[in-house]
Design a protein around this ligand. Structure first.
Ligand SMILES: [Zn+2]
Length: 438
């Protein structure tokens, strides 16, 4: 048994700043419980009480949340201060412990404005906004519904920030994207982005029936749930839903392994000579012996060439994942900077390691049918700050010019040179045509 001599205090979500009324959580462990606990803010030689425990407790593990800031302590001024927590144990000797944290008092919220115009938004697609933030802030970016996209300093030493963001395929139409800035002290400001949402030109995601044969079911269950037992259909559905969700979370978390600069300078490419057997955000009904057993959305392109074809990196970047990943089978993820990443699934062999740099078109391994795949193909997908998006616009040099290179420096990018016939993108809906007309 570990016996700590004094109460152990920690601040689980320690804030670096105090605003109007900033929530502070204190966690204390003491086997005898806590007799007294109090919090103070000290500034310019004065000490202000901001919270104290009303009643002693015998609990060995206690968590309290209170607020501190200008609302309850109007004497505080913008600038440096110290937050101190003091705790006395509920044992006979009443041993005490204290911790202090430097904080800044920030009474004014930041301000944020959108600098870019002409935002045309499409379900499942990306765009780029430029913004300016003034005042103290700890976080800024674009928020669409419940999804946030980071802002980054403008490349090339220019002033201001930019944010790549997506209007996700399943985002309710009518959601208004905003730029936001937060000072970490509970002050959060937003400004709506002015945008067009061309109703008639939105992609129409299609519905397909996917016949699940006994052979496919056995293959998937045997490979992805080898030690499981029970009804194979139930196991298949569990893999297809729960494992899919967990795998998508793993992919989304890779957003934190991203470069703070562009790693590419050309349009993205699509696997050479490939036939698209499925496209982005197709709704799939899984049919087994005439019964619908499941429904999922397919968030990528299924690109088939021949068996065991070399899987090509879509653009320059750095490998941030190269390992089996459940339904995606042997999977590679390439980071291209600023939270933009490409995903390659179902490979029979991976020839890369995490951390390797790759060049556009470089072969990273061989295609296959590992994971939830009934035939040899490459599952190709793209994500932006963990939100899966349709890659097709990134195959289009005109789109990149219009939406990215026009607004931020993308060194080495040349739309005219990139539109050579070999790189001519396929346009599968009218969005690209719309951009061209402007
Ligand atoms: Zn796929």
């Amino acid at each position: 048994m570990l016996r700590s001599a004094t109460p152990a205090i920690d601040l689980p979500n320690a804030t670096a700043s105090l605003g109007q009324a900033t929530p502070i959580t204190v966690h204390v462990r003491d086997q005898h419980g806590v007799r007294k606990a109090a919090a103070f803010v000290e500034q310019n030689g004065a000490r202000y009480s901001v919270w104290q425990l009303n009643q002693p407790t015998k609990a060995a593990d206690s968590t309290w949340t209170f607020t501190a800031g200008v609302k309850t302590t109007p004497q505080l001024r913008d600038g440096k201060a110290t937050l101190t927590i003091e705790v006395a144990s509920n044992d006979l000797r009443g041993k005490t412990a204290r911790i202090s944290r430097d904080v800044s008092v920030v009474t004014q919220p930041p301000t944020v404005s959108v600098d870019s115009d002409q935002h045309y938004l499409y379900l499942g697609m990306a765009d780029l906004a430029t913004l300016s933030v003034s005042g103290n802030y700890t976080q800024a970016g674009v928020r669409v519904g419940d999804q946030s996209f980071r802002a980054w300093p403008m490349p090339g030493g220019k002033s201001g920030l930019f944010s790549l963001f997506a209007f996700a395929w399943n985002m309710p139409q009518g959601t208004i994207p905003v730029v936001f800035a937060s000072n970490g002290a509970g002050n959060d400001v937003t400004t709506p982005i002015t945008f067009q949402f061309p109703k008639k030109e939105q992609p129409k995601y299609t519905v397909h029936d996917l016949q699940v044969s006994d052979a496919f079911l056995q293959k998937v269950v045997g490979e992805l749930d080898p030690n499981g037992s029970g009804d194979p259909v139930a196991r298949f559905v569990k893999i297809n839903s729960e494992m899919r969700r967990a795998n998508n979370k793993t992919l989304a978390d890779l957003q934190y392994k991203t470069a703070d600069h562009w790693l590419f300078s050309q349009p993205f490419t699509r696997q050479s000579h490939a036939q698209a057997e499925a496209t982005f955000a197709d709704l799939r009904n899984y049919i087994y012996h005439g019964q619908k057993i499941d429904q999922q959305v397919h968030l990528g392109y299924d690109l088939a060439v021949t068996q065991h074809v070399g899987v090509e990196a879509s653009n320059d970047g750095r490998i941030v994942y190269a390992a089996p990943l459940g339904i995606y089978g042997n999977c590679v993820v390439v980071d291209h900077g600023y939270g933009l990443q490409t995903i390659y699934g179902h490979m029979s062999r991976i020839d890369m390691h995490e951390g390797d740099m790759v060049k556009r078109g470089q072969v990273m391994g061989l295609s296959g049918m590992t994971g939830m795949a009934g035939g040899d193909h490459v599952h190709f997908a793209m994500q932006l700050d963990g939100v899966q998006i349709d890659p097709k616009e990134w195959w289009d040099p005109h789109w990149i010019q219009d939406h990215i290179a026009r607004r931020v420096q993308l060194p080495g990018f040349n739309a005219a040179a990139a539109s050579a016939p070999a790189a001519e993108p396929r346009r599968e809906h009218k969005a690209a045509a719309h951009h061209k007309r402007r």
